[in-house]
Design a protein around this ligand. Structure first.
Ligand SMILES: Nc1nc2c(ncn2[C@@H]2O[C@H](COP(=O)(O)OP(=O)(O)OP(=O)(O)O)[C@@H](O)[C@H]2O)c(=O)[nH]1
Ligand SMILES: [Mg+2]
Length: 473
């Protein structure tokens, strides 16, 4: 990714490879229109380099037959629609040509090969978005938001990524950075001049302002947990002893028969994972094998996996059977959850049957946990359970429509560094250090914030960010 030449023209297949209605081959760069001239025959008899920007044209992709004299014979490769977006008003701020062809491996690959033969270079992952950044159309936060949009699993995740793409987060960061620069300037001035000369700028006021900024940054850090959830989702593991109705619960939440359900204990042998949208939260739901003591080899392996999942879960749905007393398996699992200090919702299943479960005893194990009474068989109580999941995940602070916050570790790490620098500055001031020792920390926090939006960013970080993208974006 580091060898990037903004003078060349790049090409990629921008849609997933496979059979479908439409596939797109995208070109970006100085020569993209001239290159399209060589391979596109329009119905109206004009060349792409003569087309106006934001216009769409019907025609054919053609290949010149090199065996005929002066290559005058041509073969039709595909029937296409070609769109021209001229610099600077395009995704990359360069001349962009998009060829909508039939989506099959053969036409897509053939058209891309023709572009390569005629002078384009294969784009690297995320290179179109990288060019949008290098050409100054978007900052790094917005580039990362593009990735979040592609990966968004629920509407809420999408909304938060769109806020970042629209620049709400960048705006906030730039505001904070501007205020820090003002403070830094005042600090530096106070090194050279006495308070009397500073025309009303009191040192105490500088530190009051610094404290306000620190709080703003800390708010962004605490929001980032919500950002992480929106982006990555939460891993929720359904566990319990055999036959309590774990797979039935999985199916009830998914609203489909995904997991096999039978009356035989030990039905689920391997873990089953699905992503489901629960009240806007992307939840990776895992159905596991019922944990019990067994000598059966396959069951044993399933249980070993269940235990690993239990350890790595963000949230556990512990299923207990309302129609029978707690047994040794139940108690073992309860202990395991408590030993691992896991957040758990207690799901009491089979409430359509006669009660034998001692609820008071269960409550003693989980005095603060959310309890959901359900009948997975009759799909009763599942709504309540979903409300419980939502409450536990957001802890009463669900992200609103204007939510902004760090959405990945890189952004979070910088915000934390920045908050820690400001803390150091305030501590240095309190302990009576000279202003030039204190201002160093403020300067460092300004530099860190520049890294978030990409004003100051290393090539290595850039490469890392864009390597996560798919080719063609
Ligand atoms: N009456 C009643 N039966 C249920 C309910 N939920 C599940 N069952 C029944 O309980 C039995 C076990 O259900 P599963 O969903 O396979 O249970 P499991 O916990 O996944 O079992 P293992 O995979 O073997 O550990 C099946 O016969 C289900 O039909 C319920 O809410 N009410
Ligand atoms: Mg099962």
């Amino acid at each position: 990714m580091s060898n990037i030449y903004l003078n060349d023209t790049i090409v990629a297949i921008s849609t997933p490879i496979g059979e479908g209605g439409i596939g797109i081959v995208r070109l970006s760069g100085r020569e993209s229109l001239e290159l399209a001239d060589k391979i596109f025959l329009s119905k109206e008899g004009k060349k792409p380099s003569e087309f106006k920007t934001y216009t769409v044209h019907y025609g054919h992709i053609i290949e010149k037959d090199t065996k005929t004299p002066r290559h005058q014979d041509t073969k039709i490769v595909d029937e296409v629609i070609l769109t021209v977006m001229r610099a600077p008003r395009s995704y990359t701020k360069e001349n962009v040509v998009e060829i909508n062809c039939h989506s099959g491996i053969a036409p897509l690959k053939k058209i891309m090969d023709l572009c390569l033969v005629n002078g384009a270079r294969l784009a690297e992952p995320g290179e179109f978005t990288k060019r949008a950044f290098l050409n100054g159309r978007i900052d790094i936060l917005q580039a990362e938001a593009v990735l979040d949009i592609i990966k968004a699993k629920t509407e809420l995740s999408l909304r938060s990524a769109l806020n970042n793409l629209e620049g709400l987060f960048s705006k906030k960061i730039n505001e904070i950075r501007k205020k820090l620069i003002e403070i830094y300037v005042h600090m530096e001035a106070s090194i050279d001049f006495s308070e009397d000369d500073l025309r009303g700028i009191k040192i105490s006021r500088i530190f009051k302002k610094l404290n306000i900024i620190k709080n703003e940054i800390e708010k962004l850090v605490s929001n980032s947990n919500q950002g992480r959830i929106l982006r990555q989702g939460i891993k929720t593991v359904i566990c319990g002893s055999p036959n309590v109705g774990k797979s039935s619960l999985m199916n009830a939440i998914l609203k489909e028969s995904r997991s096999i359900v039978t009356h035989i204990p030990g039905t689920t042998r391997d873990t089953i994972e699905e992503i489901v949208n629960i009240r806007g939260i992307p939840v990776t739901l895992v159905d596991t094998a019922g944990i019990t003591d067994t000598d059966h080899l396959v069951e044993k392996e399933g249980i070993r996996r269940s235990r690993i999942y239990l350890r790595n879960a963000d949230l556990i749905l512990l299923v207990l059977d309302w129609s029978r007393r707690l047994n040794k398996d139940d108690v073992d699992i309860i202990k395991k959850i408590r030993d691992n200090s896991k957040e758990a919702i207690v799901v009491i299943n089979k409430v359509d049957l006669k009660r034998k479960l001692d609820i008071k005893k269960v409550k003693r194990f989980f005095p603060k946990s959310y309890f959901a009474h359900i009948s997975a068989l009759n799909l009763k109580g599942v709504d309540n359970l979903e409300d419980g999941i939502k409450d536990i995940v957001w802890k009463g602070k669900a992200p609103g429509a204007g939510f902004i916050g760090a959405s990945n570790e890189r952004q979070l790490d910088i915000l934390r560094r920045c908050a820690s620098d400001i803390n150091e500055a305030m501590a240095a001031h309190k302990s009576g250090l000279f202003m030039d020792c204190t201002s160093v920390y403020v300067r460092s926090s300004i530099e860190s914030l520049g890294e978030i939006t990409g004003q100051t960013i290393t090539d290595e970080t850039l490469d890392k960010i864009f390597s996560e993208f798919c080719i063609g974006k």
